[in-house]
Design a protein around this ligand. Structure first.
Ligand SMILES: C[S@@+](CC[C@H](N)C(=O)[O-])C[C@H]1O[C@@H](n2cnc3c(N)ncnc32)[C@H](O)[C@@H]1O
Length: 215
């Protein structure tokens, strides 16, 4: 996999088969913080003492690492449970070469046999097609990071059916964040039970999407 430097100085990979980078080329770390960790307000949730995150398309773990950093900054004692869904288990090898500035990336790198656990943090990775693996575990998540390759390249990942399966695992008033604002994506989110609004525009003019589960 080709490693590239993005606009904020952080590195990501390019998936040459799909023809897309794993993160915005304007800034990989910036995207994880500004499009996922901040707009889902996990720092506020951390004050409750427990946050559960569903990280769909875990990739190289930047979104989760940014989230753990934000949560621990707000409440160092917060319990954090992350379930990451990912297709490609070879990514794990590639992560070893990465040293992003997220303090919590050390936890991501310590994932062994698909698990990491310390006193407060648990991370579980489930490998396979997320549209299938989503049906195979229980959970009630506060937040979902939804980060597949683009709707143009992988429209099947942005379907109403998949969003419904995700919604079934999110608490009422829980929040899903995604970088896309494509109309069909938003329509499918609404049909799956979410209210949608614009999220931050980072690295491009178009906004991202913040979807709140309303029923
Ligand atoms: C844009 S990257 C995600 C970057 C990631 N969120 C991060 O912070 O590093 C998209 C990811 O989706 C994964 N993917 C593609 N198809 C998938 C599928 N059907 N099920 C689960 N993951 C899939 C790819 O392997 C890739 O890691």
């Amino acid at each position: 996999m080709k490693k590239i430097k993005t606009g904020d100085g952080s590195f990501t990979f390019v998936n040459e088969k799909v023809g897309e980078a794993y993160h915005s080329v304007s800034g990989a770390e910036e995207e994880a913080i500004k499009k996922y960790a901040e707009p889902t307000k996990i720092a506020q949730l951390a004050k409750k003492g427990e946050v559960k995150i569903l990280d769909v398309c875990f990739g190289i773990g930047y979104n989760s690492a940014a989230a753990i950093d934000a949560i621990l900054k707000a409440n160092p004692k917060c319990k954090i449970a992350i379930v990451g869904l990912e297709l490609d288990d070879s990514l794990f090898e590639s992560m070893k070469d990465l040293n992003p500035s997220f303090k919590s990336y050390e936890f991501i790198k310590k994932i062994k046999n698909n698990y990491f656990k310390n006193d407060n943090i648990s991370i579980e990775l489930i490998f396979g097609d997320a549209r299938k693996t989503i049906k195979k575990f229980e959970g009630e998540f506060d937040v979902c990071f939804f980060d597949p390759f683009s709707p143009a390249k992988t429209p099947e990942m942005w379907s109403e059916e998949f969003f419904k399966d995700i919604a079934a695992k999110i608490k009422k008033d829980g929040v899903l964040a995604t970088y896309s604002c494509a109309t069909f994506v938003r329509i499918n989110l609404v049909r799956a039970g979410f209210d949608v609004k614009d999220g931050p525009s980072i690295g491009r003019r178009a906004p991202s999407t913040i979807a709140t589960k309303v029923f």
